[in-house]
Design a protein around this ligand. Sequence first.
Ligand SMILES: [Zn+2]
Length: 314
Amino acid sequence: MLRTVFRGVVLARALNCGAAIVVGWLVFATAHARIIIEISENYVAIEHEASRMVSREKPYTASLPRIANNDSYSVLIGRVSAPLYVEVRDEAAVPGKQAPVRFAGSSLGGTQEVLPGLPRNAILTVSPEQEGASRLRLRVLRQGTRSHESLVATIRFLRESTDRIEAVYRVPTITLRVRPCGVVNAFSSPDITLCTELMDTMFREGWHDAIRVVLYHELAHSLLRLWELPGYNNEDLADEFAVLHASDSPRAIEQISRWFESRDPLQKAATQVQMAGPHAPSALRAKRARAGLTNRAQLRVKWDAFLAPYRRTR
Ligand SMILES: [Zn+2]
């Protein structure tokens, strides 16, 4: 039976109460759940991201689709060498027609909220005030809050995956938090964070099942660490565990493979500005994930032996 409980394991057991949102968090656990899900009502998605040269002749443009719920856009601009104009206008805006939102950028950069009431097919345009090319670093966020019903639906979706792991293993207590993080990622420390930015990007591609694979990957890090097993921080092992548990769904494997492949150009760009992470190249991760569909039996034998002491007796 599903029960919604107050934040925290101790409170949850003591209070045994009904649904509640406490300070913007909805917490959810089944009667025997060891994986506690906390979900923030705050939601952030990264709509656009760019780092490139712009000029008056070649401004940056991006579409801002009209938002159905109460979300709003904001435009984050990094330090720029010359002032920029940031403008939001109708797709059909003609010279002389007043723009609905218009402001001059600062050389220090900063955040500009886009006012609500956007025209249909609004276009964001960023161009330097002066002649010549200027480096633009930009991020367009869509942010808002999610309804109780929406949070419960997300929790039920994640619960399907955590229930599956709990059915196979005697898992220690782990908190899984869904919240905005400012990056398209997920973390294990060993509590798990799934960033709304990651979920939104995957949902937008229709890759819902890829989120399950990411969750299994993070659970592998957390479980191995809490069980004090070697290799808890090994990315290849975590991928293998994730692929094993997702491998009865060719759709999930295909989605995560395509996700890895779509990250390749971004990963290359990221490693130019920061230390390379311990993950294998995305193309290799995709290849290994697809191989998991045919290697499934071998993976199962390996992991059944490795995690035998932690499996539920059947
Ligand atoms: Zn990892």
